[in-house]
Design a protein around this ligand. Sequence first.
Ligand code: FAD
Ligand code: SF4
Length: 534
Amino acid sequence: MRLFPVFGDQLSHDLASLRQLDPGTGDAVVMMEVMEEATYVPHHPRKIALIFSAMRHFAAELEARGVAVCYVPLDAPENAGSFFAEVQRAAAELGAEEIITTWPGEYRVLADLRSWEADLGLPVHILEDDRFLCPHANFERWAEGRKQLRMEFFYRDMRRRTGLLMDGDQPVGEQWNFDADNRRKMPAAETPPAALSFEPDATTQAVLALVQERFAGHFGSLEGFDFPVTRAQALAGLADFIERRLPAFGDFQDAMRRPRGEAGDDTLYHSLLGTSLNLGLLGPMEVCAAAEAAFAAGKAPLNAVEGFIRQIIGWREFVRGIYWLTMPGYADRNTFNADRPLPDFFWTGETDMACVRHAVEQTRDRAYAHHIQRLMVTGNLALIAGLDPAAVNRWYLSVYADAFEWVQLPNTHGMVLHADGGYLGSKPYAASGKYIDRMSDYCKGCRFDVKDSTGPDACPLNALYWHFLMENEDRLAGNPRMGLVYRSLAKFSPERRAELRAKAAATLGEWGIAEDAPSAAGAVLADRQMEPSA
Ligand code: FAD
Ligand code: SF4
């Protein structure tokens, strides 16, 4: 008898381990909702509900196909709370002689799996997760000998390997990258269509009630839960994106907008496919093929389709490669020695900064913020305020429904915080309020003045930006991509520098994070969020 553990982000019928399963021979799948996984960081309740609901639907689909499934709900009296304990119990009850599973999404889980063979006294096979397009060995070969890894070169290899948007060995449109066309601010008259909404069925409703009862103390709301939880729903979400949002995805990829009470405000032209891709309800190649087909049919322009495909076969595969290449050490790097705790508004949204308030409130309400909010609003603030990478990583891993460490960590630690010293990206994306003003209408509705840096109503991001550059001048001034900003800084008088430092210090003081010690309220909140409510 062979036992096949399937984890919550492995909900693909063509999963490597499930391809080995033979329903006629007594093989069985075990799927587990365990407290250890739901609480090792205080995950957003919407994320927990999404994963449990999608797991329950997937288990039902397997059973309908004649597969024996041992499903352990969170509230089963016998649930011992960890993957290992549940696999051990299932293996003993079913008389398993062998365990077959697929490479998990987090190093922490892989380390656990690697100890099972000795602890269970059974052979444990961990198969490569070939739902990703770039196998570990290929990435290692590509990275070998390179001091810094650059996504653009990896992406070109991936285009050649997949044949997506290729004309022989040349890129369609004679350019690999159309990013320069993808930086439009959104005009006021533009009204992005709302993404498809999926009404919770009885299975999802039962999960929502369970999550409400057990995780009410975690940051985030369950109200209006509408994530796709089955492959059929995920496919409907994909079709909706391709038809209604992909055509403008490129133009407004970097845009942000303050909420105006319209349904598409929070999502703009983004795909919302992240959760379905990361759970395995959709595969990367089918998603890219759908976008390429829209281009071939003249329904979406090249800048949109190339921009979208680059996110999937470029960034998504690239960050995964980096994660597995560098873990476990990657998360410990802290290039700027940043050590300030998160200001309380990361958990409450209570701030007068309109851009940050919207990003946090939306995150609380939907467990979603689009890429530019993550990168240039909360992420940029975390970078220029010198927030502790461990605390920032923990926040990002907790609050987004699509957050799994293989993708969250390189994005946060590398792309946003540059804590890896430039291994992933050539320069930090540090920005003042000017960037947000250029790419959004947030500043019009903000109590702060984006054009001022040191006055009482000055945008707090401006002084923090210059402060960050001054604090890290030794490390960054020699970076050729930072030359322009450091030439501007060189023109500042000592008095101007002192004013900016004083303003930044005052802001950090107001946020309760000028010192290294966590603010009392922040510590209490963080502790409370670790506790399941029942
Ligand atoms: P779209 O904007 O429509 O993009 C399409 C798809 O491309 C996404 O669904 C995703 O699969 C892929 N993609 C886009 N950008 C990236 C990227 N930088 N890295 C990897 N894949 C990408 N993505 C996650 O899936 N999980 C995370 O935990 C996560 N954490 C992030 C943290 C930070 C600080 C930043 C800056 C980015 C993070 N991202 C993460 C990447 C990106 O922001 C999300 O994938 C995207 O916002 C999800 O929304 P969407 O599906 O509407 O994406
Ligand atoms: Fe954000 Fe500053 Fe603009 Fe306010 S003024 S919305 S804080 S960038």
